[in-house]
Design a protein around this ligand. Structure first.
Ligand code: ADP
Length: 173
């Protein structure tokens, strides 16, 4: 069984991520979208919301799972018996960064883990979670770059999002 892990922060999931996911689905028997959680890092959206946005966006794919992990990506891949890591490439900067990580992971995993890269579709290469967060913070038209699940929730909770930006965590559970 070919199992791939697509790791990332997904803060929040964008149409760029979704493009990579949709194109990877036919390539693997199972695709696990795994949110890497780093307790030192500040996120705009809490883990539960990031998971919910992804779950709603991929609900129509029976072979896609959504999960989270802490620690090294390769340890998580070994635990899930995955042979592949999936990553998206947008530009030369992504390539340089990803190349070092892919070589490192392959070495750490004693060559039992391959990183598979998909090039972003034309028209989606400029989308990034950090730009989306910037647009949300400045009350711009972020709706153009995110899936419905994110749009609907942020529109209904704009006040919470703004509070979180100011470091007053007021998330509804
Ligand atoms: P990370 O913090 O690990 O980079 P991200 O959530 O920003 O996590 O990205 C996860 C993966 O999705 C990365 O491989 C990244 O290159 C890819 N990605 C993000 N945006 C796009 C996009 N617009 N097109 C293609 N791949 C993308």
């Amino acid at each position: 069984m070919k199992i791939a892990v697509f790791p990332g922060s997904f803060d929040p999931i964008t149409l760029g991520h979704l493009d990579i996911i949709e194109r990877a689905v036919p390539l693997f028997d199972k695709l696990i979208i795994a949110i890497g959680q780093n307790s030192q890092k500040k996120y705009m959206f809490p883990l539960e919301k990031r998971m919910e946005f992804i779950q709603k966006s991929v609900a129509h794919f029976p072979n896609v799972e959504v999960d989270y992990f802490e620690g090294l990506t390769i340890d998580y891949c070994i635990k899930k018996e995955a042979q592949f890591i999936l990553r998206g490439l947008r530009n030369p900067a992504d390539f340089e960064f990803e190349k070092a990580i892919a070589h490192t992971n392959r070495t750490l995993a004693r060559r039992k883990l391959e990183t598979v890269f998909l090039l972003t579709s034309s028209g989606k290469s400029f989308i990034s979670s950090s730009i989306v967060r910037e647009i949300i913070s400045n009350k711009g038209e972020y709706q153009l770059f995110v899936p419905d699940a994110v749009r609907v929730w942020v529109m209904g909770n704009e006040q919470c999002v703004m509070c979180n930006i100011n470091n007053h965590i007021l998330w509804k559970t």
